[in-house]
Design a protein around this ligand. Structure first.
Ligand code: NAD
Length: 336
């Protein structure tokens, strides 16, 4: 191992964003250790990185807090903490486990960074904006959450608590940390099974199933390709001026969910139809969805000149290509 190569830890590195980030760090010449409990991640993502960069990737199948207790770690120069129970659907289904994961595992990641004197990147979420009282959402905005009787809001609350914990460690222990509020990040390897809208639509379109739009589809969202996002994470953590700050990251180009479904059908050439189902049918009674979710990107543009490059149609086509290769052929269809 070269004297100059650095050890980087990615928690949740077998997941969607984490695996793209790992590849970027490996291209930079680093050694990458992935700690992941594979609850939503995929070992194949790590194996792919291992085969591309032999001898520079280590995988530890564990939660963050359990791994932190182990000894014989190298000293990590940077820790990217992405491990979390991701998304509102998961948290509605398994509220206690999800809240505990998001808060306790972040606490472990912070203690790990302090122990190693490592720089820490913490993955937060646009859900921290709660009901989003002003559009576009800026990092310094006030926030309003729904009541604690609705578990839907606990994802945002848990990520907000992660941010508070991080800022507390910055103040009390001199931790060098950056917090990222991800808006809808999409791209190859994202899974639809946890409710993420774009892979869910593409999976359905590829097999001719109906694309299920929650609500009337007029909700506006912004989608940014992970291949634009991952390099920006590395830049933000490397920049001294970004330490102790929180950044939105994503695209600010809005599209309605109904139009997104139509775009997917268009790009994939599918004959699928679109059906609208109520939020109540999916998430149960009293579920509230946001009408608009758009980031203000001034801060991240000012810091690193962040400018997403990959068009949504390209992202859709690339995901479709990957999912098309992975799926089993339908009856009467030849395997690719
Ligand atoms: N993708 C998005 O649009 C989006 C939006 C907002 C926030 N985020 C945040 O970005 C981060 C990465 O999300 P993603 O989209 O790549 O999701 P993902 O589910 O693909 O990745 C999360 C990874 O964390 C792992 N994990 C979960 N609990 C763990 C634990 N206790 N210990 C170790 N590993 C654990 C999972 O197995 C998975 O590999 C998360 O913190 C998420 O909250 C993502």
């Amino acid at each position: 191992m070269s004297q100059t190569s650095r050890h980087i830890l990615i928690t949740g590195g077998a997941g969607f964003i984490g695996s793209h980030l790992a590849e970027q760090l490996l291209l930079r010449g680093d050694h990458v250790t992935v700690v992941d409990d594979l609850s939503t991640g995929d070992l194949a993502n790590v194996q792919q990185a291992k085969s591309m960069f032999p001898g520079r990737v280590e995988f530890v199948h564990s939660t963050v807090s359990a791994a932190f207790q182990l000894t014989q770690w190298p000293r990590f120069a940077e820790i990217y903490h992405l491990a979390a129970a991701v998304g509102v659907r998961l948290i509605v289904q398994k509220p206690s486990q999800s809240i505990e994961t998001n808060v306790l595992e972040t606490s472990a990641a912070i203690r790990w960074a302090i122990r190693d004197d490592a720089k820490l990147l913490v993955a937060s979420s646009s859900e921290v904006y709660g009901k989003g009282i002003r559009v576009p959402f800026a990092e310094s905005d006030d926030v309003v959450f729904g009541p604690t009787t609705s578990s839907r809001w606990s994802y945002g609350y848990s990520k907000a608590l992660d941010e508070f914990l991080t800022f507390a460690a910055v103040k009390e222990s001199g931790l060098k940390a950056v917090i990222i509020r991800f808006f809808n990040t999409v791209g190859p390897r994202q899974k639809g099974e946890w409710g993420m809208v774009l892979p869910r639509f593409i999976q359905a379109a590829l097999v001719g199933d109906a694309l299920e739009v929650h609500g009337d589809g007029s909700q506006l969202r912004c989608f940014c390709d992970v291949r634009d996002v991952a390099p920006a994470l590395i830049q933000l953590l490397a920049d001294q001026k970004c330490c102790g700050r929180v950044f939105n990251i994503g695209s600010d180009q809005m599209i309605s969910i109904q139009s997104l479904a139509q775009r997917v059908i268009g790009v994939t050439g599918s004959s699928s139809r679109i059906v609208n189902v109520t939020h109540e049918q999916i998430f149960g009674k009293g579920f509230e969805d946001l009408q608009v979710r758009q980031p203000n990107l001034e801060r991240v543009r000012g810091a690193i000149g962040f400018m997403p490059q990959i068009a949504l149609d390209t992202t859709i086509a690339d995901i479709a290509l990957l999912l098309g290769k992975a799926r089993k052929p339908c009856k009467g269809e030849r395997a690719a």
